[in-house]
Design a protein around this ligand. Structure first.
Ligand SMILES: [Zn+2]
Length: 139
């Protein structure tokens, strides 16, 4: 891997299964991105700045600013801390729906977990994605 910029964070694939009630589970591939510490810091700072900018904008709202300014300031801190803790982000879920058989990409963007619910965009079946194999490496 080229070491040109710190923007290229490692991505790896983990095997998983898509299951639906009454249908045999189908294999799926889950792409996981491990953000570099610098990227996590950038994302945390971005979340903090966005919410604090909103909080600063609320200063000019009469009466409401008593509630909105501290609320957005706290949300900014919480979101920033959450971004900082983000270890592994799911960038892609690809597999075959066990119900309708359509091979497709499913919704992603969540943090990697042992399993999570998915919705098939074609047949709208509630699916359960279960990550197969050993726990992924931690950064
Ligand atoms: Zn389906």
């Amino acid at each position: 891997m080229a070491t040109t910029a710190a923007e290229s964070s490692p991505t790896y694939e983990v095997p998983a299964f898509l299951s639906a009630f009454g249908a045999p589970p189908q294999p799926a591939r889950v792409s996981v991105q491990t953000p570099m510490p610098g990227q996590r810091l950038t994302r945390a700072a971005r979340a903090l700045v966005i919410f604090w900018a909103v909080a600063a904008g609320c200063v000019f709202l009469p009466v409401l600013h008593f509630v909105l300014v501290p609320t957005f300031a706290v949300i900014g801190l919480v979101m920033g801390a959450a971004r900082l803790r983000d270890q592994q982000t799911v960038t892609r879920v690809h597999g075959e729906c066990p119900r309708c058989g359509r091979e497709q990409d499913f919704a992603s963007g969540n943090r990697l977990a042992a399993s999570w619910p998915l919705d098939c965009p074609v047949c709208h079946t509630n699916l359960q994605l279960t990550v197969d194999g050993p726990a992924p490496p931690t950064a």
